[in-house]
Design a protein around this ligand. Sequence first.
Ligand code: ATP
Length: 289
Amino acid sequence: MHTESAWAKLNISLDIGEKRSDGFHSMKMIMQSISLCDTIELELTEDGKITADTTLPYIPADERNLAVKAAKKYFETIDRKDLGAKMYIHKRIPVGAGMAGGSSDAAAVLRLLNRLSPDPLSAAELLAIAETVGSDVAFCVQGGTALAEGRGEILTPLCDFPSCRFVVCKPKFSISTPELFNSFDRLKTHVHPDTAGLIEALKNQSIPEICRRMYNVFEDVEDRRMKTVAEIKSRLMDGGAVGAIMTGTGSAVFGVFKDDAMDVDALVKALKAEYGFAAAAVPVNQISI
Ligand code: ATP
């Protein structure tokens, strides 16, 4: 049995540009891997079958599961359709949270299969497969701190996030991605995050400078659920966070805490009791492949 960790991601910023001719929006996001992770257990088989059971019964075990899709694409690329994989995923990353849970599982499967291969693909080849599995998968393969553009697949590694603690909280509801984009399209104007300033703040390793510029444009859409998002942000700030925003398409919200901040465990416990999910985590740096 082989195992691999699948780290969740947070959006330090999220900006949306023009709608492209292919119907997708061009994105500009700073993404960060964090220590909250799923664990993949994988057994290689030779029967050509690929399955992924998880701790959550409502997540499909077939090709609708991004981990299965990733394994299938990997075997196709290396021309070994005779190979199969029996996987079990211990889910810890909340589903429908904007934390790339499914994408990070797919990315972990790609890393793991490549590690097991006697003739591994190059990083560029692995990233090319990742792109075909989903928009966030390429980022999740390498992780760390990166600027993601295009649909999220054009990656530029950035300076590591300074040492800190994150507290993530997800309310019980999820927000559908197409619905959120439609609401965003109805906005007349929107403010853009200062992405260049954020990159500079990362270079300066300054948590206050980073936090001042963290911004997710999806928080501006008219949606009654953003009230709960704002409420959780206030709870995080009142609990000592230097900054707090929603990640991706939500509904998870996170706060950044300095290492010497008061114990965050009590806050995590209170948020979990009130909203359903909360956890503390630290930044994870880029993974070498
Ligand atoms: P993102 O940040 O990429 O938008 P998300 O956190 O909003 O992701 P996920 O948790 O990845 O969303 O999953 C959303 C959907 O993907 C669910 O409906 C789920 O059934 C499906 N899915 C497919 N594979 C997985 C997986 N391995 N883990 C979790 N969900 C998966």
